[in-house]
Design a protein around this ligand. Structure first.
Ligand SMILES: NC(=O)c1ccc[n+]([C@@H]2O[C@H](COP(=O)([O-])OP(=O)(O)OC[C@H]3O[C@@H](n4cnc5c(N)ncnc54)[C@H](OP(=O)(O)O)[C@@H]3O)[C@@H](O)[C@H]2O)c1
Length: 385
């Protein structure tokens, strides 16, 4: 099977290439893409010999051309380049491991051109889940989730009647600030936030895990992937992070999906589905785990969770606004331009100013996204004064 890995230089992208290497008799890499990290991309080109590559940043693309002989490789550049590359006939499955809203348009193009999708990115579904899912149904495309919680739900539901679903339990490790009192949040540093207790991830999702916005985004992701109302999606803090999600049926039976905390497991499943292949990863040793614990999430310490449930009820363009305001605030926090407690404040201000458009089309979503980014910058300026 010929695989395109979009966002190949990131955490999920690199793990995906690791899995592909372990199953090199089954998978080939046809296409790779990065934003600007040509150092890692060069190494990946030498190892995987893709026919197609895309670099979003034009200067980085010129730099790579001067460094590497790209004979036999077609180079695409920029956002339009990526949208063109994903449609190439040689690609069977697209792994979408780009972070943030930039994944939306290439994802839609990949679906339109009939590729199966292994989806790690959650922001695109948050923004435009109804459009993505409608297009996928129309094109008879399978979108297999890579996000560990969604992969767990997918596996628990695979042979079940979805009409008999009562609740979905999304588990959350609690993130790096789980045991820290809110009074210390104002002075939390970027490095503290990036120290996740269980997962090694890209910087944006690491901040989202600390604010618990990541879990909020997953509520929206779950709604769209499985067609479930938000009031049926419950969050449980589960610090051991071994249960990745649970599904409860109308007869009171609950199915849970467990595995060690390693993204290579859901990535492998999304690549090999519907087959399960043996791998060399360690297994859960229940006797050393001893206990699995659960707690209620704290909506006061982590207001992003409440904001996510609010937009999940509102629908329309509100989720795209939440996502854009979150991306801007997180990026500013990472540059030390915004303190940690101001992230939800900025998002809330922007949401409060938005005039929701119900049943938006793609243009409405993109317009709401740009509007919310501008508003978020203004909200940050107001908070500073
Ligand atoms: N990491 C995890 O364990 C995990 C788990 C579940 C879901 N996810 C989701 O998977 C996605 C990727 O997460 P990650 O942790 O792998 O992120 P990451 O490490 O930051 O990697 C992001 C990748 O996307 C590329 N990229 C960033 N902005 C781009 C743009 N505007 N255009 C084109 N490419 C761009 C990056 O290129 P450069 O390297 O050049 O910046 C990099 O290859 C996110 O949506 C995240 O929520 C991640």
């Amino acid at each position: 099977m010929m695989i395109a890995v979009l966002g190949s230089t990131g955490s999920i992208g690199r793990n995906t290439l690791g899995v592909i290497r372990d199953f090199s008799d089954k998978f080939n890499v046809t296409a790779l893409s990065t934003n600007s990290n040509i150092d890692i991309l060069s190494q990946q080109i030498k190892l995987f010999h893709p026919a197609l590559i895309c670099i979003r940043d034009k200067n980085s693309a010129l730099d790579l051309k001067s460094r590497l002989n790209l004979k036999n490789i077609k180079l695409f550049v920029g956002e339009e380049g990526l949208e063109e590359m994903v449609q190439d006939k040689r690609i069977d499955k697209v792994v979408l491991a780009i972070s943030g809203a930039s994944a939306l348009l290439p994802l839609l193009k990949a679906i339109e051109s009939g590729k199966d999708i292994a989806l790690a990115n959650k922001e695109a579904l948050v923004m435009a889940g109804h459009i993505i899912m409608q297009k996928a149904t129309h094109k008879k495309i399978t979108i297999i989730p890579i996000d560990s919680e969604q992969s767990g739900i997918w596996q628990c539901l695979s042979s079940e009647d979805k009409n008999k679903l009562k609740n979905i339990y999304l588990t959350a490790s609690g993130g790096p600030l789980h045991k820290i009192s809110r009074k210390y949040f104002k002075n939390i540093s970027v490095s503290q936030v990036l120290k996740h207790p269980r997962w090694k991830m890209g910087v944006k999702i690491s901040v989202d895990s600390a604010t618990l916005m990541n879990k909020g985004l997953e509520v929206l992701e779950t709604m769209h992937l499985f067609g479930v109302e938000p009031d049926k999606i419950k969050i449980l803090i589960h610090p051991e992070a071994l249960i990745h999600s649970m599904v409860e049926f109308t007869d009171g039976v609950i199915l849970a999906q467990l595995s060690i905390t390693d993204m290579r497991i859901p990535i492998q499943y999304a690549l090999t589905y519907p087959e399960r292949l043996a791998n060399k990863l360690p297994n859960i040793d229940f006797l050393s785990v001893k206990k699995l614990s659960f707690q209620e999430p704290d909506f006061k310490r982590f207001p992003c969770l409440g904001l996510a449930y609010r937009v999940a009820q509102d629908e329309g363009t509100m989720p795209a606004v939440l996502n854009a305001a979150n991306e801007v605030s997180v990026s500013e926090f990472l540059k030390n331009g915004l303190d940690f407690v101001s992230i939800p404040r900025v998002i809330e201000r922007v949401l409060n100013r938005h005039r929701n458009k119900i049943a938006p089309d793609l243009d409405d979503v993109l317009e709401a996204d740009s509007w919310a980014r501008r508003e978020a910058y203004q909200a940050m300026q107001k908070l500073r004064h």
